[in-house]
Design a protein. Structure first.
Length: 252
């Protein structure tokens, strides 16, 4: 699997839905607000907002919360002024890391991100130092289930504009251009096909393979970054073999 898929899968496995709900809602509200601020409050004309609304609904966010977040973004309601800041750097063992934040205080966020990199033997880099290693893609992840027709799935995805579909073990990953993700999701919904996640993300062009000890050190840094309130998304290009990943998860 790519670095992105590994890290995404790890986060899903480690998440405890009840304990994390408040933080998940905070991230989703900020994304709704920023999407509306950048592209307007009409989801039909704003692909980023459409995706944000879908994610919020999937997390069972109340409709009133969604509506308020959008109106704060468009200025119809007062609210905190947020801005997006991306940080780039390297973790231990040469692993590239991108950190996307939404913040109302850049100095605070920069200090927190820098502290985590320093504490876990990483190095915060300059703008553009690692971003070039990643491509923006829409990704839909499906765990195989009884009754899933993979041929019908591929046909529906490709007809809706997907770029590719890759099967690894029990996991099927559909890749799309970012602006096509919503169309492919709709096509799967119409066919009644169940998927685990659908998101616009960043895919590493190359990966760095880690052994168990190296993986443990990098994962400590990634976990600490995710724990920062202002961090929306983290991306990395590590590749941890499945058997090593299972050993690490079983220790926790």
């Amino acid at each position: 699997m790519s670095g992105h898929n590994k890290w995404s899968s790890i986060k899903h496995k480690k998440a405890k839905a009840d304990a994390q709900r408040g933080k998940i809602f905070t991230k989703l509200i900020r994304e709704l607000t920023m999407a509306a601020k950048e592209g307007g409050g009409d989801p039909e004309a704003n692909a980023r907002l459409r995706n944000a609304i879908q994610a919020a609904k999937a997390a069972n966010m109340p409709a009133d919360n969604i509506d308020r977040a959008i109106k704060k973004g468009t200025g119809e309601l007062p609210g905190v002024v947020y801005e997006e800041v991306t940080y780039e750097g390297y973790g231990p063992h040469g692993v590239a890391i991108l950190v996307e934040t939404v913040t109302d205080n850049k100095n605070r966020t920069a200090a927190e991100v820098r502290h985590v990199f320093d504490k876990y033997n990483g190095n915060l880099g300059s703008l553009g130092s690692v971003n070039w290693m990643f491509d923006s893609k829409g990704i839909i992840t499906i765990t195989k289930y009884e009754g899933l027709d993979e041929d019908a799935l591929m046909e529906a995805a490709l007809e809706a504009g997907a770029d590719d579909m890759v099967t690894e073990g029990d996991t099927i990953t559909i890749y799309t251009a970012p602006n096509v993700l919503f169309d492919v999701k709709n096509a799967l919904d119409e066919k009644g096909i169940k998927y685990d996640s659908a998101e616009v993300t960043k895919i590493p062009q190359t990966t760095v393979k880690l052994n168990e000890k190296q993986a443990e050190s990098v994962l400590k840094l990634m976990d600490a970054l995710d724990d920062i309130d202002d961090v929306q998304n983290t991306y990395t290009n590590f590749d941890i073999p499945d058997e090593i990943m299972e050993k690490i998860l079983n220790k926790q």
